[in-house]
Write a protein that binds this ligand. Structure first.
Ligand SMILES: NC(=O)c1ccc[n+]([C@@H]2O[C@H](COP(=O)([O-])OP(=O)(O)OC[C@H]3O[C@@H](n4cnc5c(N)ncnc54)[C@H](OP(=O)(O)O)[C@@H]3O)[C@@H](O)[C@H]2O)c1
Length: 284
C-alpha cells in the first residue's frame, strides 16, 4: 500500500479521502472484482452513479473487500430522470437498494439541467435526507457558480461538494475558486483527461521524468496541490496502485503553474445544456 491518503473535511465529523476510484464504464462484474484490489492499494473513496449501472457491483465489491463498510466513503449520484422532490427521495432509496448499503456517505445531483428547472427542489430533498441523518453529506455535480448561488439563496445551504470536469487542460480556475471560497469541496472528474494525449504533453512528461514518477502521477499530484479531490478510473490493478501512489513527492509552485498553461487544450461539456437521460445521447 502507498503512503497514507490525506482527507478533506466536508462537515463536522465527515472527512473524505483526497483521492478516489472512478467507476464510469465499469460494469457490475468489473466493479465487484476491482474494488477489493483498489481497497488493498489504499482507496477508500468510491464514486458511482445511478447512471453508471454498476451500483450493485460497487456494493458487492465493498462487501467482499474485507474492510469494514464504515471505513469506505461511498458516493453516488441522482440521475436526470429523477429530478423533483419525490423522485429524488425515491432515487436515493433505489441507490441504497441497488448497492445493498444502509447509507451513502455522499449523494449528489448528477447534472443541474437548468432548462428542466427542478434542481432547487431536488436539492431541498437531498438536504432533507441529510437533515434526517440518512446520508452523511450532500452535493452536486456539474453545477456552475450561478447554479450554486441559486441553491444557497433559495435553500440557505451550500453543497458539501461540487464534482466537475477538471484537469490541467480544463483548469476552471474561476469556477473552482468560487466554490472553494464558499466551503464547497471540488472533486475533479476525468482528472486524467480520460487517459488520452494529456499524458503525452511535454510539460507533463518532463515533470514526470524530473520527479521519477509517471505522467498520470504528476497530473494527479497537480489536483492534490490545488486542494481538489481527483477520482481517476482504471480497470487495471497496476494503474490503480500507481494512481494512488502520489503522496511521497511535491511539485513546486512553478511546476503547478507550468501545468496550468495547458489550459484550453480540451473542450469541456456544458452544464447549461446537457440533459442527462432526457433528450441527449450523452451518457455519463
Ligand atoms: N459527474 C460527472 O458528470 C462525471 C462524468 C464523467 C466521469 N465521472 C467520474 O469521474 C471518474 C473519472 O473520469 P473518467 O473515467 O472519465 O476519466 P479519467 O479518470 O480521467 O481517465 C480514465 C482513463 O484513463 C486511463 N488510465 C487510468 N490510469 C492511468 C494511468 N496511470 N496511465 C495511463 N492511463 C490511465 C484508464 O484506462 P484503463 O481503465 O484501461 O486503465 C481510462 O481509460 C469516472 O470514472 C466517474 O466516476 C463523473
Amino acid at each position: 500500500m502507498s503512503a497514507a491518503v490525506p482527507t478533506v473535511s466536508l462537515r463536522p465529523e465527515v472527512d473524505m479521502p483526497q483521492i478516489g476510484l472512478g467507476t464510469w464504464m465499469m460494469d457490475d462484474g468489473t466493479a465487484a472484482r476491482l474494488i477489493p484490489e483498489a481497497a488493498a492499494a489504499g482507496y477508500r473513496l468510491v464514486d458511482t452513479a445511478a447512471r453508471y449501472g454498476n451500483e450493485a457491483g460497487v456494493g458487492q465489491g465493498i462487501r467482499s473487500s474485507g474492510i469494514p463498510r464504515e471505513q469506505f466513503f461511498v458516493t453516488s449520484k441522482l440521475t436526470g430522470r429523477d429530478h423533483g422532490h419525490d423522485k429524488a427521495l425515491a432515487g436515493y432509496r433505489t441507490s441504497l437498494e441497488t448497492t445493498g448499503l444502509d447509507y451513502l456517505d455522499l449523494f449528489m445531483i448528477h447534472w443541474p439541467m437548468p432548462r428542466i428547472g427542478l434542481y432547487v427542489e431536488t436539492w431541498q430533498a437531498l438536504c432533507a435526507l441529510r437533515g434526517e441523518g440518512r446520508v452523511r453529506a450532500v452535493g452536486v455535480s456539474n453545477f456552475l457558480p450561478a447554479h450554486l448561488d441559486r441553491l444557497a439563496q433559495e435553500s440557505g445551504v451550500w453543497p458539501d461538494v461540487d464534482q466537475i470536469q477538471l484537469n490541467p487542460r480544463i483548469p476552471h480556475r474561476e469556477w473552482r475558486e468560487y466554490a472553494q471560497q464558499r466551503g464547497v469541496t471540488v472533486q475533479s472528474w476525468s482528472p486524467l483527461g480520460k487517459g488520452g494525449s494529456l499524458l503525452q504533453e511535454p510539460v507533463v512528461t518532463s515533470l514526470a521524468a524530473a520527479h521519477g514518477k509517471s505522467p498520470a502521477q504528476v497530473v494527479l499530484r497537480w489536483h492534490i496541490q490545488l486542494g481538489l479531490v481527483p477520482i481517476p478510473k482504471s480497470s487495471h490493478p497496476d494503474r490503480l496502485a500507481e494512481n494512488i501512489d502520489i503522496f511521497d513527492f511535491r511539485l513546486s509552485g512553478e511546476e503547478v503553474t507550468a501545468m496550468t498553461t495547458l489550459a484550453g487544450g480540451e473542450e469541456p461539456m456544458d452544464p447549461e445544456t446537457f440533459e442527462q437521460d432526457l433528450a441527449g445521447s450523452w451518457q455519463r
